[in-house]
Structure formats: structure tokens, C-alpha cells
Design a protein around this ligand. Sequence first.
Ligand SMILES: Cc1cc2ncn([C@H]3O[C@H](COP(=O)(O)O)[C@@H](O)[C@H]3O)c2cc1C
Ligand SMILES: O=C(O)c1cccnc1
Length: 336
Amino acid sequence: MPFHDLKALREAALHPIPGDDAAAAAADSRQARLTKPPGSLGRLEGIPAWLARWQSRSEPRLERVAVLVFAGNHGVAAQGVSPYPSAVTEQMVANFAAGGGAINQIARLGGAALHVVPLELDRPTEDFTERPAMDEADFLAAVNAGVAAVAPGTDLLCLGEMGIGNTTAGAAMAAALFGGAGWAGRGTGLDDAGLARKEALVRTALARHPEARQDPLQAARCLGGRELAAILGATLAARQRGIPVLLDGFTCTAAAAPLALLAPGGLDHVLIGHLSAESGHGRMAAALDLVPLLDLGLRLGEGSGAALAIMLVRAALECHRGMASFASAGIAGPAA
Ligand SMILES: Cc1cc2ncn([C@H]3O[C@H](COP(=O)(O)O)[C@@H](O)[C@H]3O)c2cc1C
Ligand SMILES: O=C(O)c1cccnc1
């Protein structure tokens, strides 16, 4: 199901698959009968119906949980927007393959299969302060790599990224999609001078690509990166394949955001796993009307915050499945 051209991608994004209201209602009605005061499990209570709606199963399951980490390199990194060199992207991909990344440990704990997808690391995107990051063919190839990586039959998909310089791409996309200034954050640890340079480069990029402000897909092509485009493709493909999605932090959320701007509800099958410490993430989540599940001060990427939230999703479903009902346990409801 690859997208042959931008028009086909746009058509799919403009017409997101609706969720299964009946499956969600069945899950919610079970939730209401469980042995606890209504609402006492807080946000965990909404999760079974969310899974049910997007899996289209009144009894959702979490047998096949996957983490996909897409990796790409960025022309803009040559402008000194990250304290780390671009070589670290490939080195970290090797580290993931050897089991040495934070995401390896968290994914294993979450019972998730980790799949890392490097995207032409020896061919960085163009520096988007000068030219579009990708031409249409490059952009589509990256989107389609994301689509192809989503295995049908997955019950829950976590998305993440690895790419030195990609918080600058995320900031530029956020500025184009949501407007305003101040989207640049410190990323892996920029100092004040670096932060000011990053913010100025985002302004330059926006001025260079006026089409990015008119069209969310042009924002992704001109200002994003291959791993961000792949996240967009994977998020869209997951919806089409009945797979709910956990997004990671700032960069990952920026990558998927065009889907919400192209169609109302285009990210309804998505939860944000955690609120990143990257400064623009809370503002971006609010603009998307999404409240991240966790808030632990992480600013790593790699899908780490998405994968951490697997534990919460598992806890929510375990309670939903395993708890007794008031009737079955013979427990009195509230006094009338
Ligand atoms: C060793 C190392 C491991 C990482 N894992 C994720 N990132 C994170 O940092 C990068 C984005 O930050 P910036 O825009 O400042 O370059 C991305 O690769 C992201 O996934 C890492 C960064 C480093 C250095
Ligand atoms: O929130 C993120 O996505 C993030 C923050 C810092 C570094 N890399 C990624």
C-alpha cells in the first residue's frame, strides 16, 4: 500500500478511517461495572475504549506491541544546531543493534519488539535554510518506508526517531504548522548562544519556504527529515491497519502533526506517551488537543517516552480485563 504520489498521500490523510464506536462503547460499559468508584483510575479508564475503538475489538489485546525507531541525517546539522556530530546517528543505530540504547531496555521491559529503520544515513537531507529538505520523490520514499515498517496485526505501535539535528527540523515544522516563534529548544543540550542560532535558523527556513505555511505536507517535505516523514507514514498506515499509536516526544509529535491539520481527528488514534522537557512540546501537544500520559522530564527521543507508556497501557488493560464487577463480587454500589 505505498503512496505513488503526493496526491495519493494527501487523499489518504484527508480521509482518515473512522473508529469503531460500538467496540469503544462496549469497553466503556464494562469499565463502568468494575469494582471501583467511577473515574478513580483516572486517565487509565479511557485507555481500554481507545484501544477498542482503533483495534475495532470490544475486548482489545496487547499481544503484539512494537516499537519502530526511524533514523535519518540532516543537512541543517552542518549549521551547528546540535552539540553532537551527525556521525552519532549511525553510531547510535549500531548501538541499538547491539542492544545498548535506552530504548532497548525500555522496549524489552514493555514486552515490545524493537525495529530500527535507518533511512539513507549516508545521504543527509538538504539544509532547509537554503533548499527544501527533500524533493517529492525523496519525501515519498521516506513516507513509504514508514508505511512498509508497520506490520499488520500489531496491537499497539510506539514510534520514535534518531537523527542528530532533528529537534531543529521539529521546531521548523512546528513553526510552519502552528505559527508563532519560540519553537526551538535546547535539544541534546545547546547553550544560550546555540539556542539563539537555532531559533534564527528556524526563522530563515520559514521565510525560505512560504509553501510550508500553506500546506502541512509541504511543511513535512521542506522542513522535516526522512525519519520524520517515515513517522508520518507509519502513523497514517497504523490508522488504516487498525493499530493505535503511542508517539514519543517533541520531534515525533511534530512529525505526525500534519495529519491533525489535514483532517479533523486525523490523530485520534494517537496518544502522546510522555511530555518531553524540550520546551515546545507542551505547547504543541496543547495545539493538538492531546495530553501526554507521562511527565518525567525526559528529553531523549529514540521512542523512549512512547515505550515507557506501554506499561501504563498494559496496566489499564489488565485492570479492565481482570477486575471483578460490582455484581460478580457482590459489592454494594453508592448509597442512594
Ligand atoms: C548519544 C545520543 C543518543 C540519542 N538518542 C536520542 N537522541 C536524540 O537527540 C537528537 C536530537 O537532538 P539535537 O537536535 O540536539 O541533535 C536525536 O537523534 C534524538 O533522537 C540522542 C542524541 C545523542 C547525542
Ligand atoms: O522530545 C524529543 O523528541 C527530543 C528531545 C531532545 C532530544 N531529542 C529528542
